[in-house]
Design a protein around this ligand. Structure first.
Ligand SMILES: CC(C)(COP(=O)(O)OP(=O)(O)OC[C@H]1O[C@@H](n2cnc3c(N)ncnc32)[C@H](O)[C@@H]1OP(=O)(O)O)[C@@H](O)C(=O)NCCC(=O)NCCS
Length: 231
């Protein structure tokens, strides 16, 4: 069934694509599927800047360029990511809503999900929303979804060694160090720090992360998504 505007809502879409109905809510914070309306808002947010000009926190430098270039890369990335649910693959790039406002993106991605049950987290916030504790809470919320909702075995994360905020978030929510990796950034050598949270580790830090999230977590739409992932 179509809504009156002729566009399909996430709720309608979730009938055939259950990932579109996923929501993870806790107090004033929510992670939700990114429909086109939300995507446009997030693209505009990213176009207003995600970090200082002189740094590059991402492996793929999508956040550098004119506002139009950055916004178009956000659109293209998410249109591509949306399809990657099922057939062993699990990519969920979810909008971070704070008090009803889209403030950034918190994602997980993993290949061979049905065998490995392992995903890597990735995230960004619009500059106006950074440094207020949202980044740590949204990561804790995503860990809750991964371990409690999706049945993850391991969750990993990586950050360039000069990305103090991202490294601090991984340490705050309890990931364990998992080595380093040398890579190339802007034609120069650079080093990633790897982090890993095993299920055993999650059991140890779950309570602390519940306190960090600060409100009971409600996951909507997980059962049909689990069926979609096994399909
Ligand atoms: C990384 C990011 C998501 C973190 O979210 P955030 O809301 O800014 O972080 P928080 O306010 O929750 O802070 C989390 C921790 O980082 C520390 N921190 C935050 N900003 C910092 C900064 N600029 N320098 C040093 N530490 C910082 C906080 O003190 C806090 O540490 P604590 O838990 O030990 O007290 C956000 O800063 C961001 O989007 N940055 C640009 C994009 C990016 O780097 N993405 C990740 C790529 S791997």
């Amino acid at each position: 069934m179509r809504c009156q505007t002729g566009r399909m809502t996430s709720t309608e879409l979730s009938r055939l694509w259950p990932a579109a109905g996923l929501r993870v809510a806790a107090g004033d914070l929510e992670l939700r599927w990114i429909d086109d309306d939300l995507l446009l808002g997030l693209a505009d947010l990213a176009a207003r800047g995600v970090h200082d000009d002189g740094v590059m926190p991402f492996r793929v430098p999508w956040s550098r360029g004119t506002p139009e270039q950055v916004a178009r890369r956000v659109l293209a990335f998410h249109w591509d990511a949306r399809a990657k649910v099922g057939h062993g693959e699990l990519v969920l790039e979810l909008a971070v809503m704070h008090a009803g406002t889209p403030v950034g993106v918190q994602g997980i991605s993993g290949s061979e999900w049905s065998i490995l049950r392992e995903v890597e987290t990735g995230s960004w916030l619009g500059r106006a929303y950074q440094g207020q504790g949202i980044g740590a809470r949204m990561r804790a919320l995503m860990l809750h979804l991964a371990f409690e909702g999706l049945g993850a075995h391991d969750v990993t994360s990586t950050a360039f060694i000069d990305n103090a905020a991202s490294n601090a978030v991984s340490q705050r929510v309890g990931y364990e160090p998992d080595g380093v990796e040398r890579t190339v950034r802007d034609d120069e050598p650079a080093t990633w720090r790897r982090y890993r949270m095993t299920r055993v580790r999650w059991e140890q830090v779950r309570e602390a992360n519940s306190a960090l999230i600060g409100a009971p977590v409600e996951i909507t739409g997980i059962e049909p998504l689990l069926v979609q992932l096994d399909g």
